[in-house]
Design a protein around this ligand. Structure first.
Ligand SMILES: [Fe+2]
Length: 273
């Protein structure tokens, strides 16, 4: 089934980027990850422990390259806002939420990951009343969606070590916030998220105006289709998974002697998983 951006609020575009390019982007971020080169806290209360890159030059370049195509898909004139890449780790999930105003027109593209089996595909879910759509994305597949309107989420990543996802965001030039949020209130693309010189206030103003939190409008912490497996607490998994304090946890929290210590650190960090 195909979906219409205007009518349904989203559309699915599979295989948009050539696999060779997707693999190149993925390898690039894997290398950055190995170097511990992250430039964003990535909303620690939103997905605790996820590794994120805001406005990386590679994804900012893609934000520009894909700009004409996204305008064509959506039949709108758009300003680029910002790009973002997130590396999800095992047991993480994406709460049901809508995006902040800079994400008025958004795309989310799978860059692949390391999974427990070759046939595992981690779905992204998006509302499509009266139900919702689960998109089982393979590398290069994407959803283009109305970020400020459409609730979207992911179940818990139970069957993979990590999953890399790229997000590109645009604002409609017709929007009342377009001039404020062009380039996500930065002076240009390709520079880090700006704080402290008025730009944060601009973003906050629009987020509050729209009635959302700064980072995203979190609707609730449970999707509409969680299975029992999805909703188990992390405690249900840790005892059988001594591998949890992996390199990512070490990188974030430093070395620890046992699983219990990492659990405490996760909880102190504000994790709700
Ligand atoms: Fe989102």
């Amino acid at each position: 089934m195909t979906y219409d951006f205007d009518k349904d609020g989203f559309m699915i575009v599979d295989g948009f980027l050539p696999r060779a390019m997707v693999d190149t982007i993925s390898r690039y971020f894997q290398m950055k990850k190995r170097m511990g080169d992250f430039n964003s806290s990535g909303s620690p209360g939103f997905i605790p422990g996820a590794q994120t890159w805001y406005g990386d030059c590679l994804t900012e370049a893609l934000l520009i390259t894909m700009h004409p195509a996204i305008e064509e898909f959506t039949n709108k004139k758009l300003y680029p806002a910002y790009s973002f890449c997130r590396n999800y780790l095992r047991y993480q999930k994406l709460p049901v939420h809508t995006d902040r105003p800079s994400c008025e027109v958004s795309l989310t593209m799978c860059l692949g990951g390391t999974y427990d089996s070759d046939d595992f595909v981690w779905p992204i879910c998006i509302e499509h009343p009266p139900e919702h759509v689960k998109h089982f994305q393979k590398p290069g597949d994407m959803i283009v969606y109305k970020g400020t309107e459409m609730k979207h989420w992911r179940p818990r990543l139970l069957h993979g070590e990590n999953h890399l996802q790229m997000h590109l965001h645009y604002v409609d030039v017709e929007s009342s916030w377009a001039e404020d949020l062009k380039f996500d209130a930065r002076t240009s693309l390709g520079i880090p998220e700006v704080a402290g010189d008025g730009h944060e206030e601009v973003k906050l103003k629009w987020a509050e105006f729209m009635g959302w939190g700064y980072n995203a409008g979190i609707v609730n912490d449970k999707g509409t289709d969680w299975t029992d497996e999805d909703t188990k607490s992390l405690d249900d998994y840790i005892p059988d998974n001594p591998g949890l304090p992996d390199l990512e946890m070490v990188a974030r929290f430093g070395p620890a002697d046992d699983v219990e210590e990492y659990r405490t650190k996760l909880q102190n960090y504000g994790s709700t998983i």
